[in-house]
Ligand binder design. Structure first.
Ligand SMILES: Nc1nc2c(ncn2[C@@H]2O[C@H](COP(=O)(O)OP(=O)(O)O)[C@@H](O)[C@H]2O)c(=O)[nH]1
Ligand SMILES: [Mg+2]
Length: 321
């Protein structure tokens, strides 16, 4: 699977992962859009969007823009809805905040090693996400090295080391309780010494309290900046799609403390609430870069706005049938 560009394969993976969301909420669209364009239709649409976790504000804004076109046929409503939803997701993708992913033609990559700082709460999928990114980069012929920066839990260090053994990438680690900024520093050194292309930095998702965590992440960031002469090339926030609206408050907290450049939305395969991506894009202006589609190293798909919306709405013929 190509992780850094759309492919038939990645569209199919996104489509499969969206099955639950499509069935439970957006599946109702077929029913709703089979009727007349009246107040009931607009109310039902709003319910569907909010129910899929698109957020109250975002849902209302989407429908307002659709209604502004004054559509008379439900097929027009569907087409407009598709366009609005795609536009919401595409907007932040077109304005990359980082230096690696989704860059416009002609913008070069930074001098290696590229550094990706991975943040998010415990259990969101950071460590497995790093393994998947490592796997995808390896498929592209890149040499990856990872930093076991979740020094808070011994199991977290071991988990990353285990992935490193399984997928054959080096992991730089310290003892439990060590300084994660020092681990990040050592990993950048090791990447330079070994000629690695990409450094993936794992981090803790929980410390004694939230402020400690945010301070620690800010410190890791500063140390990378000092050592690299630029900030991390991407700061990837990993969000668990099954946590629903709670994911939004997480996004807010991390975005305020570290300059998040993009989102990996995991466990899309295990939820009916894939609509959260609309809230992330419209309320935070953050691009969703990757979606987790299962438990295996290859189960990560590049995020594509159109593929996602098509996966949600299903083919018009099928959904209307
Ligand atoms: N079904 C599914 N499970 C996932 C996905 N991403 C992560 N997981 C699981 O979520 C759990 C927590 O992941 P982990 O990487 O340890 O989270 P961390 O605490 O943020 O490092 C693990 O059991 C993963 O296998 C996904 O996309 N789909
Ligand atoms: Mg972890």
């Amino acid at each position: 699977m190509r992780l850094f560009g759309r492919s038939k394969e990645s569209d199919a993976a996104t489509d499969r992962a969206l099955e639950r969301t499509r069935r439970s909420f957006f599946g109702r669209l077929g029913e709703i859009l089979a009727g007349d364009v009246d107040d009931e239709l607009w109310e039902s649409l709003e319910e569907v969007l909010i129910g899929a976790d698109a957020g109250v504000r975002t849902s209302a804004a989407v429908l307002e823009r659709v209604r502004a076109h004054n559509p008379h046929r439900s097929s027009d409503v569907r087409a407009l809805l598709r366009a609005e939803l795609t536009a919401i997701l595409a907007a932040p993708l077109a304005q990359p905040r980082g230096r690696l992913w989704g860059l416009p033609e002609g913008v070069g990559a930074p001098a290696p090693p590229a550094v990706v700082l991975v943040v998010g709460v415990n259990g969101s999928g950071k460590t497995t996400g790093i393994a998947r990114l490592a796997y995808a980069y390896q498929q592209e012929g890149k040499r990856v090295i990872a930093a076991a920066g979740d020094t808070f839990r011994a199991a977290a260090i071991e988990q990353l080391q285990e992935w490193g053994r399984r997928l054959d990438f080096p992991v730089i680690a310290s003892r439990q309780g060590g300084d994660p900024a020092a681990v990040a520093f050592d990993t950048i050194e090791a990447a330079r010494a070994r000629g690695a292309d990409v450094v993936l930095v794992d981090t803790a998702g929980r410390l004694q309290n939230k402020q400690n965590l945010m301070d620690e992440l800010a410190k890791v960031r500063r140390v990378i900046e000092r050592h690299l002469d630029r900030g991390p090339d991407e700061v990837l926030l990993v969000l668990d799609a099954t946590t629903g609206q709670n994911g939004l408050s997480q996004a807010r907290a991390f975005a305020e403390s570290v300059e998040v450049t993009g989102v990996m939305l995991t466990k899309l395969d295990g939820t009916a609430k894939g609509g959260i991506v609309f809230a992330i894009a419209s309320e935070f202006g953050l691009p969703v870069r990757f979606v987790g589609t299962g438990q295996e190293p290859g189960d990560l798909a590049p995020f594509d706005a159109e593929a996602f919306v098509d996966g949600l709405l299903g083919e018009p013929a099928a959904a209307d049938a």
